[in-house]
Design a protein around this ligand. Structure first.
Ligand code: MRU
Length: 385
């Protein structure tokens, strides 16, 4: 997608061919910084510290992380089974960084299985590099397709509304291109509609505690010229009651084969409110975000609990980013929100049961959040894949 008019991705192979570039998402929207990852440890750090975040971007970074891991195994002079065992250990390190987004383990496992089929260390490294790029390219392509399928939903709503007023879409967190390699999941249909000339307006939940909506989604929508308004997380229900929301689209970090959706904390409340107000609630995901093992999302999906300081401390720019104020952001500051010693809990995700989900927008089309419908779209997927 565009940044200052220039197409960008979130993660890429650097020109030296042996290191990985990423956008440092912690700095946005105030600074567009990039970082270079040279080791498996660098990739683990980037995922754990949310330098990169979002299901697809985590998966792609893990895919590239396995390439860095393969390089390290080769540099250590490992061959054959020794290489594969050491690589699996490095893969386990990558997997331990964040538990909820299933794309992470999916990418690591895909790399591990493929690399084990090649005999020479040199061949393993070459395959790891190629497969990492394939995983990234597929992620971008699947998100682009999600955009085309989701566009039909937005277009239909536009004409149902009379064809002369914007479609108001509420989204939670950042399931935009920053959360993937390109295009995004929840935002892909929005970009597609905007590009087709269908007027859209996006209500962006700020998404406490890390404010991915306020900081990231607004920034990337703005870069593409999509009208959007940030709201506090608790505003969605009111807006829905007032008829100001036509559609909700969120992403997901993991969706069970039965249609239960794990996504950023607060998504469940939006689904309840949408259900109460008869507003369609869609979830957009590439197939890499399906969990083909877990039946009951509420019982079976591990919910990451992050450091309490994300709740008790807030950060932002102390300058004004508004040109009208005469000066640009000069840096970030942290501010305590609660008294020292206050107990805080930081659940990062929740699970929206399938019964509250109108449909799933995938790269193969839109289906009901129901096992039979999901399997109709992905007949080749079996438990354990
Ligand atoms: O904790 P994060 O920022 O990695 O959370 C993941 C998300 O960005 C959201 O839950 C998103 O809506 C789904 S990931 C495409």
């Amino acid at each position: 997608m565009l940044v200052n008019g220039i197409p960008r991705r979130t993660v890429w192979i650097e020109p030296d061919g042996n290191s990985i570039g990423v956008i440092d998402q912690r700095k946005l929207p105030f600074h567009l910084d990039t970082l270079v990852l040279r080791t498996t440890a660098d990739a683990c750090h980037a995922i754990r510290e949310m330098i990169v975040r979002g299901a697809g971007c985590i998966g792609a970074t893990a895919g590239f992380g396995m390439f860095l891991a393969a390089l390290e195994c080769a540099e250590d002079g490992l061959e054959g089974r020794e290489f594969d065992v050491a690589l699996a250990e490095k893969g386990a390190q990558l997997c331990s960084t964040r538990p909820t987004a299933v794309n992470l383990a999916w990418a690591v496992e895909r790399q591990r299985e493929a690399i084990a089929t090649v005999a020479s260390a040199e061949g393993k490294v070459a395959l790891a590099r190629e497969l990492a790029q394939t995983i990234a390219d597929e992620d971008a392509d699947f998100c682009r397709r999600i955009g085309q399928h989701g566009l039909n939903i937005i277009r239909d709503l536009f004409y149902q509304k009379g064809g002369n007023s914007p479609v108001n879409i509420l989204t939670h967190c950042n399931a935009g291109w920053l959360a993937f390699v390109d295009f995004g999941s929840a935002t892909a249909p929005i970009y597609a509609a905007h590009d087709e000339g269908i007027p859209v307006h996006v209500w962006v939940d700020e998404t406490r505690p890390r404010n991915q909506g306020a900081r990231l989604t607004t920034w990337e929508l703005g870069q593409h010229g999509v009208p959007n308004t940030v709201i506090v997380d608790n505003a969605g229900g009111h807006l829905m009651q007032q008829g100001l929301v036509d559609l909700v689209i969120t992403g997901t970090d993991r969706t069970t084969y039965t249609g239960d959706v794990a996504n950023k904390i607060g998504t469940y409340l939006k689904a309840l409110a949408a259900n109460d107000n008869g507003i369609p609630f869609y979830v957009a995901l590439p197939s890499s975000s399906f969990d083909w093992e877990t039946e009951d999302g509420c019982a079976g999906i591990p919910i990451e609990q992050r450091c309490g300081s994300e709740v008790s401390v807030i950060s932002g720019s102390h300058g004004s980013a508004s040109p009208g104020a005469g000066h640009l952001a000069t840096g970030e500051v942290e501010v305590n929100l609660v008294a020292k010693g206050t107990a805080v809990a930081n659940y990062a995700f929740d699970v929206t049961p399938a019964r509250l989900v109108t449909g799933l927008i995938t790269e193969r089309g839109v289906c009901a959040a129901r096992e039979s419908a999901i399997r109709d779209l992905f007949p080749e997927m079996r438990r354990g894949r």
